[in-house]
Design a protein around this ligand. Structure first.
Ligand code: FE2
Ligand code: FE2
Ligand code: FE2
Ligand code: FE2
Length: 259
């Protein structure tokens, strides 16, 4: 029987799918960097596309059952992602083009998860329970960047709720936290890349170095949790500080007057 808390985080199966996709992407990149071979690469990518399409199918089934009203648009985005992935994999003929392909794949997949998949969260989560509320004082004035920040903050809030509800044994909580933090790392990396590509980014010195340092800090945190040094329960507090402090010190001044 599904208990009330599990039901509330009803997209935990979807989260697990997202973690598995990330692991496959990482494993394809690692194998390619070790010993690149076109046949192996394309075989692994074909396997990934199959996993991705299965995931989209599961997601659509769950969303249909939950009565998601934007299902048609969301499903079209899924189809477009797998079509673009399949098409651009055909152009891979050497190591360099495979690395470009992997970069594009990461952006496409993580951008969909970070931005589009959030559209259905309200079906599963009671967002009124989120601890850290978005405030207009966090706005930079750049619409895309503000949307990214809100989505990242939603992720932190959800992580906070999930970790708070983690009644299973410590190993299970740790592995949940590690999977979630690895995804959060990818979404943050994608966001920083987007921010760094906008014209107003370089107006505050040290901004880029601060992004690099935040990612290093996050990677270190993942290793510490893997080693059992910290329990995930207080991570929400830490991550909200990690994000909001950066928005206030670097992002807002960078984008000021650039609306
Ligand atoms: Fe998804
Ligand atoms: Fe989706
Ligand atoms: Fe930034
Ligand atoms: Fe930012």
């Amino acid at each position: 029987m599904i208990d009330e808390k599990q039901a509330r985080s009803g997209n935990s199966f979807i989260d697990e799918n997202h973690t598995a996709l990330l692991n496959t992407i990482n494993s394809i990149s690692q194998v390619s960097e070790r010993d690149w071979n076109r046949g192996t690469f394309l075989y692994d990518v074909a396997g990934f596309i199959k996993d991705l399409e299965n995931h989209h199918h599961h997601e659509e089934t769950i969303l249909k059952a939950a009565g998601y009203i934007n299902l048609g648009t969301h499903s079209s985005k899924h189809r477009e992602i797998s079509m673009r992935t399949r098409d651009s994999s055909m152009g891979v003929d050497d190591f360099n083009s495979s690395m470009l392909f992997m970069d594009e794949l990461r952006s496409m997949i993580f951008s969909h998860e970070l931005l589009d998949d959030q559209d259905y969260w309200s079906l599963f989560d009671n967002q009124a329970e989120y601890k850290i509320k978005w405030s207009t004082s966090y706005e930079t004035g750049n619409e895309t960047i503000d949307k990214h920040h809100q989505c990242l903050l939603n992720y932190i809030n959800r992580l906070d709720l999930r970790f708070g509800e983690c009644h299973r044994n410590i190993e299970e909580c740790q592995s949940l936290a590690i999977g979630e933090l690895k995804l959060f790392y990818e979404y943050s990396k994608l966001h920083f890349k987007e921010e760094e590509s906008t014209g107003s980014f370089h107006t505050v010195p040290g901004h880029q170095a601060q992004h690099d340092s935040l990612l290093i800090d996050l990677a270190r945190l993942i290793v510490e949790i893997e080693r059992g040094k910290f329990l995930p329960a207080n991570l929400g507090d830490y991550l909200s500080y990690w994000l909001i402090n950066h928005i206030q010190i670097f992002d807002i001044p960078s984008f000021a007057n650039k609306k």
